[in-house]
Design a protein around this ligand. Sequence first.
Ligand code: ADP
Ligand code: MG
Length: 264
Amino acid sequence: MSLLDASGLSVTYAGAPAPALAGIGFSLEEGERLAVIGESGSGKTTLARAVAGLLPPAARADGTILWRAKDTPALPGKDIGYVFQDPSASLDPVVAVGRQIAEVVRTHDGCGWPESMARAAELLDRVRLPDPAAMVHAWPHQLSGGQKQRVAIAAAIAARPALLIADEATSALDTIVQAEIVTLIRSIVDEERMALIFVTHDIALAAHLAERIIVLKNGRLIETGPAAQIVGAPADPYTRMLVEASADVASLVEGGSAREEASR
Ligand SMILES: Nc1ncnc2c1ncn2[C@@H]1O[C@H](COP(=O)(O)OP(=O)(O)O)[C@@H](O)[C@H]1O
Ligand SMILES: [Mg+2]
């Protein structure tokens, strides 16, 4: 049984001349790592949000998304954790970071505050932030962009979701930090056996992290297949162009664990 099955997925935003997503179908197995790639505006975020049930009210969606072969949608936050591109936008600036994570634990696991706060500290340690006991009291503005993204990841995995979606979660960060965060995401989904949908415009990064790649262009699925095949022998000229345009972050991810440890 697949974790997720999407078919005929189309999304049109109110007033838009063309659909942002047109007839996309794919499935995702438990623990599978999938990357969604394409240029800016190709529909990646729309696809990720549709899957997570996080489309804005102005979006009209058609098609079916089955979660564990059932029509009942996955619960955002509980079944699916979502990491956004801009960590500043996903964190509340006036709430200490531990409390923001504890809130997710409390909401979905139903435990009390002391237990939720203890779990928040564990999660801060899990995302390799230094001194978690002190870090729970930190304000978002006291943290670097990379540290904020680590907090956002901690909040996204707080309810132990079966699927983690990272939407350009590293694109706004410096190259080295980007590689560290990718390494962290990889270690988390491996250890927690979470499925991953990694949204990126960087195909080399996609190939490094994912077993399978979906290529989007203008809301359409251009090609899909094993990551090595898509990057090594792209069938479509558009995919070939993405391969040529890809940055060099992926090469930094190798040995990233050591770097991650060194940055603690
Ligand atoms: N909230 C929205 N309202 C109207 N149009 C949108 C909205 N979000 C995205 N779009 C449009 O949908 C298309 C796909 O956007 P998006 O899914 O954000 O692509 P990507 O993440 O690949 O950059 C684009 O043409 C974009 O302008
Ligand atoms: Mg996007």
